[in-house]
Ligand binder design. Structure first.
Ligand SMILES: [Zn+2]
Length: 233
């Protein structure tokens, strides 16, 4: 990934001159738009014009369109024929409740199964995924927040992978849950508290304790729900 030195996406520093290869250009443009969407600089439901992004990032139309196509595949951007792109609207309160009900049914169960089959290699994968989230690296808040959202999605997805039910894993993955819930608000509390809860989940995996893993996962998801509920006030 070419994201280690991603500049603040709010300023137009991504010029063609500093990027050598076309694929890393698309990657950088993608990351910059992704960060703006996750941190609500591009508000949910708002129009996204290719021309304004071309100006903002000082690149041609092609990488912008490629990046928007990728974001469309992730459910963050919608494309309407003859109208163009807009940011996906905020999820509704009803969909939020449904998502958390589904997560509470599936993820504690998945965590218990993963804990029962835990080994050192798997634990290292999860420790690495969790570790990336806690690294601050001097990035600006928007980039850190969007990275956290993606990394949290990877962390939860890996646990489901290790629970060895691909149908459950795909079902949750197709909802792009983490991208939608992190877009409900842009606040450090969302990420800081989750780190402690992830520690508890990892401790349960470390001792290969299915009951503790299920409980820690349930608490994490319930707290995540409670942190984000004020977004609907
Ligand atoms: Zn999490």
């Amino acid at each position: 990934m070419q994201t280690a030195n991603l500049p603040d996406p709010s300023d137009a520093t991504i010029g063609a001159g500093r990027i050598q290869r076309a694929n890393s250009l698309v990657e950088d443009v993608y990351e910059a738009i992704f960060a703006q969407l996750m941190a609500l600089k591009i508000p949910p439901g708002s129009r996204i014009t290719v021309d304004s992004l071309v100006k903002e990032f000082n690149v041609s139309h092609t990488p912008i369109r490629e990046a928007l196509g990728r974001l469309e595949g992730e459910g963050l951007v919608l494309k309407t024929h003859l109208i163009g792109y807009r940011a996906a609207p905020q999820i509704t309160r009803r969909r939020f409740d449904e998502l958390y009900e589904m997560r509470l049914l599936l993820e504690p169960h998945g965590a218990a199964k993963a804990a029962a089959m835990m080994d050192e290699a798997k634990l290292n994968v999860l420790l690495e995924a969790a570790g990336v989230m806690s690294r601050r690296e001097g990035k600006d808040d928007r980039v850190r927040y969007s990275n956290f959202a993606r990394q949290d999605a990877i962390f939860h997805d890996k646990i489901l992978e290790f629970s060895q039910n691909e149908l459950i894993r795909e079902t949750l993955s197709h909802q792009h849950t983490h991208f939608h819930i992190f877009r409900l608000m842009f606040h450090a509390r969302v990420t800081e508290e989750a780190l402690d809860e992830h520690e508890a989940i990892l401790a349960a995996f470390g001792s290969a304790d299915p009951d503790a893993a299920a409980k820690a996962m349930r608490i994490h998801i319930e707290h995540s729900r409670d942190r984000l509920l004020p977004a609907f006030d």
